[in-house]
Design a protein around this ligand. Structure first.
Ligand code: UDP
Length: 330
């Protein structure tokens, strides 16, 4: 089995590459390094079953060759992160819509199954708890940049399902809820790597809003196991699956947990949304997945305890800082 991972140098893509290689598959990765970091796959480069193309998914010549040579495509390349979306909406919309269109076009040419990674952001600010895959979605106005991400990913889902319906292309869609683990960067706004970095540096943890908003954080290693199940499972075709943890935690509680896990003496400070993002920023109060479908069809559920993942994130951050200091000293 030979897999192609778009965005395979990124946080989730690099864990997926590792998972597939450890299960005896060959892995080709295409990544333009726009948000992925080469150090994420440094340990895989010597593996003869791992191939890396540093290029854009918009390069159709390269994508054509890679698609022709693989059995399955995991499409993860995308512009992600609330901060990236708010500050670079043109890049977000163009990358997500045109990039996915290019991937589906070549996949269809060679009749390769596509596992498309989408997002829980799709549900928008609907107040339903939990979110099931066929629920209605509630998005804010086009004047609020945040919603461009949800819309762009919704178009990706529509397009993938359209290829499935009209052209018979095998596709399966994963809606990822907040995914965390080693190698995730806080650069684009993600809360866990930020809190961990702040706690390790003894700086205040910045909780946006009143901190009562909740999320469910799944370990990336559980998530990539789910993606691999979507690839294997023919029953998953033309379907959408929530992949996420069902343990709900408020952001203020998360901050306290990060402080406890890292043994930090940091304080917690509360920061208004308009200061953190932009005026009129809209956040979701709760975001909880209904994972009944993933459990029934894929036999999947998130298993790793949040504390264990936070410890792994902290260990990674410490090791990375030591590496950087070592390199600086040399
Ligand atoms: N958040 C926070 N401090 C930070 C970064 C994020 O309090 O430094 C909050 C953010 O406002 C949101 C939650 O943490 O309510 C999760 O944010 P993230 O960007 O990680 O994911 P998403 O908003 O997509 O769920």
């Amino acid at each position: 089995m030979k897999a192609l991972i778009t965005g395979g140098v990124g946080f989730i893509g690099s864990h997926l590459a590792e998972h597939l290689l450890s299960h005896g598959q060959q892995v080709a990765v295409i990544d333009d390094l726009s948000s992925g970091r080469l150090e994420n796959v440094a340990h895989l480069r010597a593996n003869p079953h791992f191939h890396l193309a540093i290029d854009s998914i918009a390069n159709e010549i390269v994508m054509d060759r890679l698609a022709s040579e693989c059995d399955i495509i995991y499409h993860l390349a995308a512009a992600v992160g609330v901060e990236m979306v708010v500050h670079s909406p043109v890049h977000t919309i163009e990358t997500n819509i045109m990039g996915t269109a290019a991937v589906l076009r070549v996949a269809n040419r060679y009749r390769r199954k596509v596992v498309l990674t989408s997002t829980s952001e799709i549900y928008g600010k609907s107040e339903r708890v939990p979110f099931a895959e066929d629920d209605d979605r509630l998005l804010g106005p086009t004047t609020r940049s945040r919603w461009s991400y949800a819309c762009s990913k919704a178009v990706d889902e529509f397009l993938a399902l359209a290829y499935a319906k009209e052209r018979g292309l095998p596709v399966a869609i994963a809606r990822l809820f907040n995914t965390i683990g080693p190698r995730q960067t806080g650069r684009y706004g993600m809360v866990v790597p930020r809190f961990v970095a702040q706690a390790l540096a003894g700086e205040p943890l910045t909780v946006y809003g009143d901190g009562r908003q909740t999320r469910c954080f799944a370990d990336v290693r559980d998530v990539v196991r789910g993606l691999a199940r979507l690839a294997e499972c023919s029953e998953a075709e033309s379907e959408v699956f929530n992949l996420g943890s069902t343990r709900e935690i408020s952001i203020a509680e998360l901050a306290r947990l990060v402080i406890a896990v890292t043994g930090s003496r940091s304080q917690i400070v509360f920061m208004p949304y308009e200061e953190a993002y932009e005026a009129g920023f809209e956040d979701m109060q709760r975001r909880v997945p209904d994972v009944t479908r993933a459990a029934r069809v894929l036999g999947w559920r998130a298993e790793t305890a949040l504390e264990e993942t936070l410890r792994a994130v902290a260990e990674y951050a410490v090791a990375r800082r030591r590496g950087a200091e070592g390199a600086g000293a040399r």
